[in-house]
Design a protein around this ligand. Structure first.
Ligand code: HEM
Ligand code: HEM
Length: 229
């Protein structure tokens, strides 16, 4: 059976979906632990965030078709054309994977999150009792600066995530396109006929063992950083 024959086309493989929803849960935990001054757990969740982000970078190069940066990062002409489609009434052209604007939104999300982890690793807390594993490698003033940047960047993260969720709602309400279901089930309802259009090219998902291997490498790198910091 072609993918379209199942009533949809496969879009997000399991590793991307796990990455996404684990990241959302992890961020909630990071916010909660910071707000309740549980820095021991905050650090652990921070390491998990770093492992997730490293995995996503690997998957963007060696992962499934739709996950690859080279596939969804397009030039300004494609972004402008997508913006024009967004501004005009009616549904968007069928899209399997990130659209030209969403692709760059992924880059922004990954960068602000990496910046948060990066500053956290060097930050010292306000009373100087707790510090990230790399804080001892820089002077006290640099660690304090890292802390200030960690605070400021979290405000930026809140704005970027709010825009992200607002964009998903915009597609749902205005464009009548449900992006959330594919991020949960992996499949998207598109009107391609079997054997036609993009649906005919197969799902492009690579075997799960590769994701397992890359996740283990990401976790190993983070463990190495913590142990040898
Ligand atoms: C802490 C909050 C969140 C963060 C950091 C976040 C981050 C991300 C990232 C990095 C991606 C890109 C996926 C990839 O290619 O790896 C993404 C995609 C997506 N996210 Fe989120 N997300 C958050 C919350 C949410 C929520 C609450 C929803 C549901 C309402 C949501 C729905 C989606 C959807 C539908 C996509 C796929 C968009 C598309 O089809 O191009 N996200 N998100
Ligand atoms: C994406 C990952 C992360 C997020 C979203 C995050 C978020 C936060 C937030 C919201 C705060 C409180 C800021 C405030 O009081 O205004 C905080 C504090 C802190 N974070 Fe993170 N964090 C992350 C990763 C890390 C990592 C990896 C480390 C170090 C291993 C770290 C170390 C710290 C430290 C030391 C503080 C204490 C600052 C203080 O007491 O003022 N964070 N973090």
């Amino acid at each position: 059976m072609t993918p379209a024959g199942k009533g949809g086309v496969p879009v997000w493989d399991l590793p991307i979906r796990l990455f996404h929803w684990l990241l959302v849960a992890d961020l909630a935990g990071l916010w909660w632990t910071a707000a309740h001054d549980n820095l021991a757990l905050h650090f652990k969740l921070g390491y998990a965030a770093l492992a997730l982000l490293l995995f996503r970078l690997f998957w963007g190069v060696m992962g499934s078709d739709q996950a690859r940066f080279a596939r969804f990062l397009k030039g300004p002409a494609a972004v402008l054309s997508h913006l024009r489609h967004m501004a005009s009434p009616g549904p968007l052209p069928p899209q399997r994977g990130h659209n030209a604007l969403g692709g760059w939104a992924v880059v922004v999300l990954l960068l602000v999150l990496l910046a948060q982890v990066g500053t956290g690793l060097f930050a010292v807390d306000d009373d100087g009792m707790e510090e990230g594993p790399l804080a001892h490698r820089v002077g006290a003033s640099a660690a304090k600066l890292a802390r200030r940047l960690h605070h400021a960047n979290f405000s930026l993260i809140q704005i970027v995530v709010a825009v992200h969720v607002a964009a998903v709602l915009f597609y749902l309400v205005v464009k009548r396109e449900n992006l959330v279901r594919p991020m949960v089930t992996g499949w998207k309802r598109l009107t391609f006929l079997p054997g036609e259009g993009e649906a005919g090219v197969g799902h492009g998902w690579v075997p799960l063992w590769r994701a397992g291997l890359l996740a283990a490498v990401a976790a190993g790198l983070v463990a190495g950083l913590v142990v040898f910091a």
